[in-house]
Design a protein around this ligand. Sequence first.
Ligand SMILES: Cc1ncc(COP(=O)(O)O)c(C=O)c1O
Length: 438
Amino acid sequence: MRPNHRPGTDRLGLSARAAALPAQPIARLMAAALANPRLISLAAGFVDDATLPIGEVRRLMEHWIDHPDLARPSLQYGSAAGDPLLRELLLQQTDGAVAAGLTADHIVLTAGSNSLLHLVGEVLFEPGDIVLCGAPTYFVYLGMLQDLGARAVGVASDHEGILPESLDEQMRLLQSQGLRSRVKAVYLIPYFDNPAGTTMTAERRRAIWRVIDRWSQTDPLYLISDDAYRGLRYRGPDEPTMLSVGSDPERTITCGTFSKTFSPGLRVGWGVLPSGLVEPVLRKKAVVDFGSPYLNQVLARMALQQGVIAEHETVLQQAYRVKLDAMVEALDQHLASIPGVRYERPNGGLYVWLELPPSVPSTVDSPLWHVCTQEGVLYVPGEVCYAAEGVPKNHSTIRLSFGVQSVEKIREGIELLGRAVRQVCEGQLPEPLQVARV
Ligand SMILES: Cc1ncc(COP(=O)(O)O)c(C=O)c1O
């Protein structure tokens, strides 16, 4: 068997890269949900079905059908970079972009921002290159780095995200190991982080830049700012983009998406790229798909132009604020009094990050996991959100999502979770689990 191959894959003739890529955590979670359809899933990071903009899309499509000059080109292939008018609109709404001398040519539209992150990874990372990220961070991105052969290293984070001093310390450590030139990027989710729910203040953003600037003297160090949740803000000020507080647009990659603020089914995301990366990304995109679905881009453009996205954001903010509050109230009621339990109310996004006492692991196959899935509630085990290197995984953490479920189901789910945590803390486990634990 070739090194790194998973058993049973040799006879398929897979590439080493495909064979080495394990199933992603999401597959296990979906299997658990399918096995018990009554489960209240607080795991999926989906948006609420009830808020999907059917009426808005119908009106946009009616307008589209009535305007053949608009409709016909959008049924053709577009360009690799995507619709120029949408790119211009996105440029204008990215604070700091115009001031930094960027134009619509620095923007590339992709099928969701995940695709942009992957393209950027393809053009920047050699196998063995290092990306520094929060601990915890977006687990799909960790899977992507694994697919690219890059090493993810987790950096200590607090209620605002990555700590500048820990970032500096990690850079020093890597330099002492002769690895400075292998560190290619710092990946941040500075607005309502997935999974931690944290938001970076402008001051923290500047402090992160100061560290990156210090370490960029010899080799390039990019900052990837994943702004997927910026539009889902329920409280607090709208913080400036990393681009607008940073010193160097040539090292800043900003990505955005309409998935959270309008429709994930649209699959329209984008990247605001440094000049030097536009061509390499477009060359890569030219061999992958030579352009993402053009019709969807035109729909997104119409929605932006007609103010539909801004209106819809307001609707979403109201709906999700209520759900977030219901989740935090339920946590206050059912978990807050358990010693060692910690969580904070995020100002936006879709997630609450929960820390449990160290004696209560939350991993798949832990007693808590079994009790929860038997009792009817599903969560994302926090351990999947930690990079393999850097800050050690905290196995007693949970990502809770309040996006999908109704207020009633959120309350019920958190009550079940609270009961399960108490059961595990007190060692009152169902029979088979007691045996398994011994
Ligand atoms: C932090 C973060 N970035 C990027 C994405 C990808 O979004 P999309 O590919 O739908 O634009 C997600 C989706 O959940 C996310 O949570």
